[in-house]
Ligand binder design. Structure first.
Ligand code: 3HC
Length: 285
């Protein structure tokens, strides 16, 4: 089944990125959040990205106008009613996600596939109370979405093969490489990446080196494109802490014990780039 209309629930960094790549690929996109201010901020970010692409000669002003025309924003979930695929990109809290899926089930027609961009929660658990477990799938994107090529596609226990195929096809339509992963905490990338970031935070906490030195060491010594602490700030330290806490609980293995440095940053409200401060200060940038 071809996808024409894409719904995105949640206009934060990831939701805005998914809406942006959808609109750039010629899909009609409905972006929904609780408040108009969140939607306005998301659109402003997209315009900034497209303006940069215009100035680099990668797209024209006309392309930019067409992309913008492809996006509708709303604060009412009812506007998802004619979407072929809706991707949920809301807060990383399993109970809130489960409720959102029930609400989406009430609104969307039976054939609509509903995907979760969860960083690692069980798709089976989200699907179980959704009212349409065969049409629920994980589609896990990476930050920054317009740049990162991968989407992990994760079937839950009752996801139909047709649903998985639609999700894989949607990735192709929006220019992403889909890799199918079995359901397991963190899927492929976060299972490996998040403990690495947590370890970097612990090394920082123990005073092994400064944040700048830890990041530079990993860039120069391991060819990482970005240092781990800068990546914590980019992803969001609150998101990382939630993921590593979930791993700790699910695997019951001390190797996933959350770093005190991550906990302290979250307690202080220093979430990273999005709050203006994390391991680095972004307030003057
Ligand atoms: N939105 C759109 N485009 C962006 C962007 C953004 N937020 N940030 C950078 N770009 C574009 C730039 O415009 C530039 O485009 P160009 O090639 O056309 O000129 C290109 O990306 C490179 O940008 P810069 O030269 O400014 O900067 P860098 O060379 O430092 O690259 C980066 C930026 C690609 C983001 C690089 O720092 C990187 O690879 N970082 C690692 C990102 C990563 O690992 N993400 C995964 C996080 S885990 C996750 O998301 C999962 C979750 O569940 C936790």
């Amino acid at each position: 089944m071809a996808i024409n209309k894409l719904g995105v629930l949640g206009a934060g960094t990831m939701g805005a990125g998914i809406a942006q790549v959808g609109a750039q690929s010629g899909l009609q996109v409905v972006l929904i959040d609780l408040e108009q201010a969140f939607l306005d901020r998301a659109i402003k970010g997209m315009i900034k990205n497209w303006d940069r692409d215009v100035s680099k000669g990668k797209i024209t002003e006309r392309n930019k106008a067409d992309f913008l025309n492809n996006i509708t924003t709303s604060t009412h979930n009812i506007d998802f009613q004619d979407c072929d695929l809706v991707i949920e990109v809301i807060v990383e809290n399993i109970d809130i996600k489960k409720k959102a899926f029930k609400d989406l089930n009430d609104i969307c027609p039976p054939q609509t596939v509903i995907a979760s961009n969860t960083s690692g929660f069980s798709i089976t658990e989200i699907a179980a109370t959704s009212g349409r477990p065969d049409k629920i799938v994980g589609m896990h994107f990476f930050n920054p979405v317009p740049v990162m090529k991968l989407v992990e596609v994760i079937p839950g226990a009752d996801t139909s093969e047709e649903t998985v195929e639609l999700a894989m096809e949607a990735c192709q339509t929006i220019g992403k490489k889909a890799i199918r992963a079995k359901e397991a905490p963190g899927f492929i990338v976060n299972r490996i990446l998040v403990p690495y970031l947590n370890d970097a935070a612990t090394a920082y906490q123990e005073g092994v080196a400064s944040a700048e030195e830890i990041d530079e060491a990993m860039k120069l010594g391991a060819n990482m494109p970005i240092g781990p602490l800068a990546l914590c700030d980019l992803v969001g330290i609150d998101v990382l802490l939630m993921v590593i806490e979930y791993f700790y609980k699910e695997f019951g293995d001390p190797k996933f014990r959350p770093s005190l440095a991550l906990k302290q940053k979250v307690r202080a409200g220093h979430y990273g780039v999005k709050s203006g401060k994390g391991f680095y200060d972004y307030s003057k940038k």
